[in-house]
Structures are given as C-alpha cells and as structure tokens.
Design a protein around this ligand. Structure first.
Ligand code: ATP
Length: 460
C-alpha cells in the first residue's frame, strides 16, 4: 500500500471543518488549546468507549467499572504525593519571554539524551549550558527552572478560605484505588480482579497544544488490576499483550505503533516496570498513546497509612492478609481518537478528480449508515421505509442536501461506511442501492434483506 504522508495541520483542518472537533467557545474568540467535540467526534468517542468496554470489561469476568467523583477529598492527593510532586519544569526565554517545558525543549534538541530520567538539577544544567536555543527567537538564555503545580485548584463551600481548597483530579486512577475495599466487599471479588473507569482528568499543562494531543481537560480509560504480590511480571506481560491486541483490533496501522519500555532510571521508585505504547503522529512524530505501569502496592499502602484504614485483602486460600499489587493500563481517549483519525485520513486520486476519504474502522465510524433519498420528492417515503429500520441498529444520518455525487463525497470525507440511496425505482421494487465507502461499489439490495446485508458487511 502507498505510504501516506499528510501534514498534521491538513488533517486537523479537515476535522474542524467537517464537525469532528470545534475550537471551544469559538464565538468569543476561543480559549487557547481547548477543544469541543462536535457530533462526529462525540459519536466516535462513544463508539471507542464502547469497544474499550467490550474488550476490557464485559468480556472479562473480573473487571468492575465504576464512576468516581472528579472532586475528591484533598487528602487523597496528599497521600499520593501529587500536592508535593505533581510539577512540570517551567522555563522562560529571557529575550522573547516564550514559555516552555524544559524537558520537552531538551528532548527536541538533544534526542540522544534520556531526558525522562533527569532530575530538576540535571535539566537545569543542560538548559543553562548555552546548547539549547529558544525555538521562537533562537537565543540561548533561559530563566532557571521553576516547578509548576499542574493540579487545578478550586474551592468548595461558600467561603473561599484555605480549608475548602480542593483539586480537579489529575488522573482517574485514584478514584479506583480509594474504592478498592468497597468494590471488593460489595462484589465479593476475589483476586485477581480489576476496577476501571472512563472519565475526565484535568492538568494545567505548561505547553498544551498539538490539537487534542495535549489538553488541560482530557478523558482517560484506566484499569487498576489487583493481584497477589509476586505475580507482577506475569500480569505486566499479560496487560501489555491485551493492550496491543486492543490497538490492533481498532485498526491502528501496525507500522506506526511501538512499545517504549521505561529505563530503570526513569521508573518511579516503587515501580517494577512501565512501558508506553507510542504512535507516530503525522508531523509530530512519536508520542505516548497509553501507558502500562506496574505500581506494586504503592497507592494502596499510601492510602491505608494516610486514611488509617485497613485495605488489606484476606486470601481465603491460605488465610494470609496482604496489600495486593497492581498493574495499571491507562489509555488517553483523546490521543487514541486523534491517532485513529490521522490513520484514517486519505486523499485518493480518481479518474477525473480526487476525494477525501476517512477509512475509519466500520464499527467506530461516526455514522454507520447514511440514508440518501435521491430526490426531495422521496424524502417522506425514504424516512418511512428506512429511518426506523436502520437507526434501530446503527448511528444513521439522513441527508437530503445537494446532488447524490456530492453527498457520497461528503459521507466519504467523514468515514460513513455505507450509503443507502432511495430512488424512484425503490417505490416499485422495494429495493435500495447500497454504496461502499472504500470500494465505491454499488449493489441493489431488497429492503427486506437490508439489515441482514448490513450485518454481514459490518462483521466482514
Ligand atoms: P505525557 O508524558 O505525554 O505528559 P503522561 O505520561 O503524563 O503523558 P499519564 O499520566 O501516563 O500520561 O496518563 C495516561 C494517558 O493519558 C496518556 O498515555 C495519554 O494518552 C493521556 N494524557 C495524559 N496527559 C494528557 C493531556 N494533557 N492531554 C490529552 N491526553 C493526555
């Protein structure tokens, strides 16, 4: 297959103009690096969540999905060390005052260095060495690194005093850890088992950007998988494979995916192993899609100590009590969606012109089926005969605007796998024309056979 090489900006412009993503608060001039998902992006996000749920939750007997609160007791973040340590290294160019993350700037200009394992002092030495230049003005003089707290603070209650300071969660994971006992007890769960959720997380990133790759508000799909201590490496390998199988299942290009194991220096002191799955985004290059971390019993231990609660598990096989160890597979929904959209985008040369087509996996596409009456005179009949039938099974769109050729192109450009055209003959022969997005082939199908036909096509 021909290697596709589209500019990131060309793809994101298409996503904005076709209704996948909109600049947030656009009528007020927007707000920097903040995005709203339009109808197409929202549909696709919902499909992605559903496929993630099917793969990791409902097809697995021992994974329980919960929906914890975004604002938690601030003691949670004291216990985990987020209040003390959840910082990014911030620097400003002394000449043009542009602001950067020191580690990102070094990574971009000295890719041979293992920046993720460097301490603040090590980063500072490199920044002040005169070997790193400002990407905006080219000068090499920066302020010393300041640590920038990434958690968003807010207050609860009627007075804005210190006692009521709370934080928007910077990760969904802690809602899972603090509910370990609740889930284990109420669901009579036996190890090994997992708790997971899908929800928003908030980080005051120093350098948000690259469209939806790095935002201040994003969605995570996380699992904490609990097991008997000592089985860490076995379960780590198991979850690595599960995650790889998942990214393959949703159709990401295998050549643009790679595992990146964290080096021993990069690992948190409690972690036995951590690895990321990275995706090669057009123009941006390799970036983290998701992470799999072996967290030992660090989080449960911290919460047990700080809350004074017994979070141990009673193992009925030998009556021993212990804190389970944990593997955490953590997906970023927005980055996954962005990777899928970049992968799917294509501009195909045809005999007379060209078409934009999004080769999105059929089950993930924003709309499964477009219903297209050939003439406005057929709108009522098409709605009556097709809308209820098709929309009961698929996300469908009913489009009556423009020539049929233009409508096909519009559906190709948003990735709709099948267009069902209702024409004047349909009134007589009770049949419709089904057009395939990828091959552009058309087939005449009896309306009475249509759902069976589509089912077969969606499950090919
Ligand atoms: P990065 O190194 O890129 O900042 P991270 O290692 O801090 O990411 P994790 O804390 O491991 O990220 O979060 C798990 C997942 O959440 C990431 O793999 C990513 O997909 C997603 N994620 C993290 N930060 C953001 C963000 N600011 N915007 C969008 N997605 C994010």
């Amino acid at each position: 297959m021909e290697e596709k090489n589209f500019e990131f900006e060309k793809i994101t412009t298409h996503l904005i103009t076709s209704g996948f993503v909109y600049p947030s608060s656009e009528i007020y001039g927007g707000i920097s690096n903040t995005w709203d998902y339009g109808p197409l992006g929202t549909n696709m996000k919902n499909h992605l969540k559903e496929i993630w749920r099917k793969h990791f939750v409902s097809s697995n007997m021992n994974i329980f999905q919960i929906d914890p609160a975004i604002i938690m007791n601030p003691k949670v973040w004291e216990a985990t060390g987020h209040i003390a340590n959840f910082h990014d290294p911030l620097i400003d160019c002394k000449y043009c005052h542009s602001r950067f993350r020191a580690d990102d700037l070094i990574k971009a200009q000295k890719p041979e260095l293992e920046v993720d394992s460097f301490s603040k002092d090590e980063l500072n030495t490199i920044i002040q060495s005169g070997e790193i230049s400002c990407p905006k003005c080219g000068k090499t003089s920066f302020t010393p690194i300041r640590q920038f707290q990434m958690m968003f603070k807010t207050t609860i209650g009627v007075t804005e005093d210190k006692a009521s300071t709370v934080y928007l969660r910077p990760e969904t994971a802690q809602g899972l850890f603090v509910n370990f006992k609740n889930v284990q007890r109420t669901q009579r769960a036996k190890l090994p088992f997992g708790i997971c959720d899908i929800g928003k997380a908030f980080r005051n990133e120093i350098t948000p950007g690259n469209f939806t790759f790095r935002m201040r508000e994003f969605e995570q799909m996380e699992i904490e998988f609990f097991f008997k201590p000592g089985e860490d490496l076995k379960w780590f390998e198991y979850w690595k494979n599960e995650c790889l199988e998942f990214v393959n299942k949703i159709g990401l290009d295998k050549n643009k995916l790679r595992f990146r194991d964290h080096s021993p220096k990069e690992l948190a002191f409690y972690s036995k192993a951590t690895c990321d799955i990275e995706y090669c985004y057009p123009t941006l290059g390799w970036g983290e899609l998701m992470g799999i971390a072996s967290r030992t019993n660090y989080d449960l231990d911290r919460h047990a100590k700080c809350s004074n609660q017994d979070l141990t598990y009673l193992d009925s096989s030998d009556n021993s009590r212990y804190l389970p160890h944990v593997i955490e597979p953590s997906f970023g929904l927005d980055r996954l969606l962005l990777a899928l959209l970049c992968d799917a985008y294509d501009v195909e040369k045809l005999a007379k012109d060209e078409r934009i087509v999004m080769h999105i996996d059929k089950k993930l596409a924003p709309y499964g089926v477009a219903i297209l009456p050939l003439s406005n005179k057929l709108n009522d009949s098409a709605r009556e005969k097709l809308w209820g039938l098709i929309s009961a099974e698929y996300d469908a769109v009913f489009d009556t605007t423009g020539s049929i050729g233009k409508r096909y192109r519009r559906e190709d450009a948003i990735g709709t796998p099948y267009c069902v055209t209702f024409d004047f003959d349909s009134l007589e022969d009770e049949s419709v024309t089904v057009r395939d997005r990828d091959t552009m082939a058309q087939e005449r199908v009896k309306i009475s056979d249509l759902m069976k036909y589509l089912y077969t096509k969606f499950h090919e």
